[in-house]
Design a protein around this ligand. Structure first.
Ligand SMILES: [Ca+2]
Ligand SMILES: [Ca+2]
Ligand SMILES: [Ca+2]
Ligand SMILES: [Ca+2]
Length: 256
């Protein structure tokens, strides 16, 4: 009993040290407060032009429901996280932003852009690889130096960790690009399974890396139920095999 009590107190202690659980949108039943914003050129002032309401689609997402938008105008379009995701997110520094995206058109690359805007308008941005057409594609972006540049165009001067932390510390906007077609009303882009501030080893997405994650991964790997938005294909190469077990074990050991 004493060993159990010690183990529980160790677990409780590690939990108390973690300030914030990841923010998550799986769009099971609604658009969960997400919007679409169009903005002027990311290489310029990147000013807000107009806000739209994306469509909620009840099935056909990466898993279950998702949100979707037919590019509404000739500006640069982004999915915009709910305002409740803003504020002091400094606890997410060093963790990750993950999501799944799908586009039916690919002739304009700015949909790759992910932009964080801080209080006072300072911006950092990341350019993902281009997704394949018509396939849900997983993105996992570390909130660390080397992954983000200053400004909104995903190019140019690398942001330092201090600059990333400053934006996360007073976050105003989290924007995920959908501008994958040169014309308006051309590309239809979907978004699903967004997780902000997650550690890869936190398989059950509760904010802690602990034995429950190991248990959840093994259950999922062995063909049982997986946590929402999760798959046993941990390394994302399209196959479930021992390499996924290996990749998960490494992420588990890294912790949070
Ligand atoms: Ca979903
Ligand atoms: Ca377009
Ligand atoms: Ca966990
Ligand atoms: Ca795999």
């Amino acid at each position: 009993m004493k060993a159990v009590a010690v183990a529980i107190s160790v677990l409780a202690g590690s939990h108390a040290a973690l300030a914030q659980s990841p923010l998550q949108s799986y769009f099971d039943a609604s658009r969960e407060g997400w919007a679409v914003e169009t903005r002027t050129n990311p290489t310029g002032s990147f000013s807000l032009v107009q806000t739209y309401t994306p469509d909620f689609v009840a099935s056909g997402g990466a898993e279950g429901g998702y949100i979707e938008e037919l590019d509404p105008d000739s500006n640069w379009s982004f999915f915009s996280a709910p305002s409740a995701w803003g504020g002091d997110r400094s606890a997410f520094a060093g963790k990750r932003l993950e999501f799944r995206v799908r586009t039916d058109t690919l002739n304009y690359p700015d949909g790759r852009l992910v932009v964080l805007i801080g209080n006072g308008g300072q911006r950092v941005s990341h350019a993902t690889a281009l997704p394949p057409v018509n396939e849900w594609t997983f993105r996992s972006i570390p909130l660390t130096a080397g992954q983000w540049t200053i400004g909104s165009s995903g190019t140019g001067t690398q942001a330092t960790q201090a600059q990333i932390n400053a934006v996360l510390g007073s976050l105003e906007r989290l924007l995920i690009g959908l501008e994958y077609g040169g014309d308006q009303l051309e590309e239809r882009v979907g978004l699903d399974s967004v997780v902000f501030g997650v550690c890869p080893g936190d398989f059950d997405r509760d904010g802690f890396v602990d034995f429950f994650d190991f248990d959840a991964f093994v259950g999922c790997f062995e063909g049982g139920a997986c946590p929402p938005g999760q798959s046993a294909d941990f390394d994302g190469d399209g196959f479930v095999d021992f390499f996924d077990f290996d990749a998960f074990a490494a992420a588990f050991e890294r912790g949070c």
